[in-house]
Design a protein around this ligand. Sequence first.
Ligand SMILES: *Cc1c(COP(=O)(O)O)cnc(C)c1O
Length: 386
Amino acid sequence: MAETQAPVRVPFMRTDRQFAAIRDAATAAMLSVLESGRALQGPATERLEARLARMHNLKHAVAVNSGTDALIFALVGLDLPEGSPVAVPALSFIASASAILHVRCRPVFLDVDPETMLMDAGAVLDLIDRRAVRAIVAVHLYGQMLDLEEIGRRARERGIAVIEDAAQALGSSCRGRPPGAHSDATCLSFDPTKVIGACGSGGALLTNDPRIAESARLLRYHGHAGNRVYTRVGFNSQMDEIQAALIDVKLDHLEEWQAARAAIAARFQEAFTGHEHVRGLRILPDRVHNFHKFVVATPDRDGLQRHLASQGIQTSIHYAVPLHQQPCCAATGNQPALPHVEAAAQTILSLPMYAELTRDEVDHIVGTILDFSRAAPLTARAGSAD
Ligand SMILES: *Cc1c(COP(=O)(O)O)cnc(C)c1O
């Protein structure tokens, strides 16, 4: 049976619906920036920085042009010797690793826990105890936080830095604490795909360390120390005032949208609990998960993805190629096989997940997945060549 692509009924993202809900506040905020004539590093950016620092109980927030730049500036701020090994999970967005390469350090790719897909904490602790890395880029994948309490404590004892890649974890917490409690710096992204997205690019670096904050402030605009004096070689990575104003408006809805995603996640989880072939990832009890992504794992992932597409449901894969196998990272040295990450790349599928999904759309997604499993057992599909 050839499955064809149906017209899209449930797109993977619906930022149009999100905008409709905030149209008045968002257009007023953006218009007031245009009328002010301040395009960069003005009051909207300062207000956003103060808000982000407060939300994370951290002293400093530096708004920049992207989450990628926040990661790079955090790593530059650590001032690591060239070639330093830096741990990073092999299941993440490319920027988690490329930031390490940008500062001429060497990524040490780690496997993940197959139930949560979070970086293998035991492997991280082992690297820390053996002093085998100088820093760790800890990724809170899909919006579920990696517990950094023990990792942060032991790393601190041994002079190893911890950077949190919280690009996917705005609104998440671990035992009541948001990202930033156990690390040297925390990086956020406001890419349009994230839970709070700019209409363009944006990011922020958060820290209690005044040196890292000062370094990032200099790096984001050519090392400009005032009065056209440039004290170090930097970049142009400012956040636009318009983006800052829009992000600020959207932050008013963070909790409401997160609650809506959590309700949808609960329906997905219930539908797949005890399911023979499709499993949701493990949600840890002491976390608040922001459900940035809802990921399932299933042996016939490509078949399920095609079947969903045939019913008008768009899905995506985060991530189909593990970082240690990406061409731009592959030259970085001998990397052992990472079995769980490599298996995950073949089996994971991200379902549509946004606050504006309707009840009917969620029913359609769930029903289509259950139908697929009923229609043909996986054992029969495994050998099919379509
Ligand atoms: C999105 C993302 C980044 C990069 O953020 P940008 O704002 O797109 O540069 C880094 N790490 C992870 C895990 C991400 O999801």
